[in-house]
Design a protein around this ligand. Structure first.
Ligand code: ATP
Length: 236
């Protein structure tokens, strides 16, 4: 098991956003978190990446308890997040943005190899290598954010709403790339509003409602679950 959350609770001041979440991600999997707005999906990601401290419960990653570990040290251990809302550096070029993703690493030949890998996954980024990040289209910025997260060569890639704001054709494309990244050996934990795509691509998924996990199963099981269909897939 690569990642395990046990009974994790998290609060923003007095607002409790997670009420005892338990979930696991095995090495090699794509696991999706789905749920309505405000269900706690992004908060769960923040707990894993260390951007918010947990109130109780524990998080272990790659055999180590990381519950209280600083976020930057988690990146070094192999957890990398591509945040919701992209969060790229607008004044830096595409290439510089990607280089920033490798800031914890020192091995230049390895970094160059990973740059080539990212350019292979996203040819658009290669074409626009020198363009400043802020002038890229929404979809391109999304790709840049995913590419940057890959530059730390993570064992676990956390993707928060990778399809947000993308045109339908680009949504297909970004999910194809996520599957490819996974097939190249990176484990993926994914938050998505687009439950249809997420469930059809994920090995397993969890359904969150108001800070609690209410259902889990394989992507295919949940895709055919009547309650999930009704609530999240827009078909009865
Ligand atoms: P969405 O899909 O809308 O982003 P989500 O499932 O990712 O939703 P979260 O962003 O994790 O939901 O939010 C869970 C709860 O925590 C919500 O009630 C939200 O209002 C609250 N919350 C999130 N961030 C903060 C914050 N910085 N301060 C206070 N409350 C917050």
């Amino acid at each position: 098991m690569l990642l395990e959350l046990k009974d994790v609770s998290l609060a923003y001041g007095r607002i409790v956003a997670l009420h005892g979440i338990s979930l696991t991600v095995d090495e090699g999997e794509i696991v999706a978190l789905i749920g309505a707005n405000g269900a706690g999906k992004s908060t769960t990601m923040r707990a894993v990446s260390g951007l918010r401290p947990v109130l109780k419960g524990s998080i272990s990653f790659d055999g180590q308890d990381i519950t209280k570990m600083r976020a930057d040290l988690r990146v070094i251990r192999g957890v990398s997040q591509s945040p919701e809302g992209r969060g790229i550096f607008p004044g830096m070029s595409v290439r510089e943005n990607l280089e920033m993703g490798a800031y914890t690493r020192r091995n230049r030949p390895e970094i160059d190899k990973d740059l080539e890998r990212v350019f292979g996954l996203f040819p658009r980024l290669k074409e626009r290598e020198k363009q400043s990040g802020g002038t890229m289209s929404g979809g391109e910025q999304q790709m840049l954010a995913v590419g940057r997260a890959l530059m730390s060569r993570p064992k676990l890639l956390l993707l928060d709403e990778p399809s947000m704001g993308l045109a339908p054709m680009l949504i297909q494309q970004i999910f194809d790339i996520i599957v490819e990244i996974n097939q190249q050996g990176t484990t993926v934990l994914l938050v998505e509003q687009n439950a249809q795509q997420a469930l059809s691509r994920a090995h397993r998924a969890y359904v969150l409602e108001t800070g609690r996990i209410v259902k889990e199963g394989t992507g295919a099981e949940l895709l055919h679950d009547p309650a999930v269909k009704d609530a999240y897939l827009g078909v009865a």
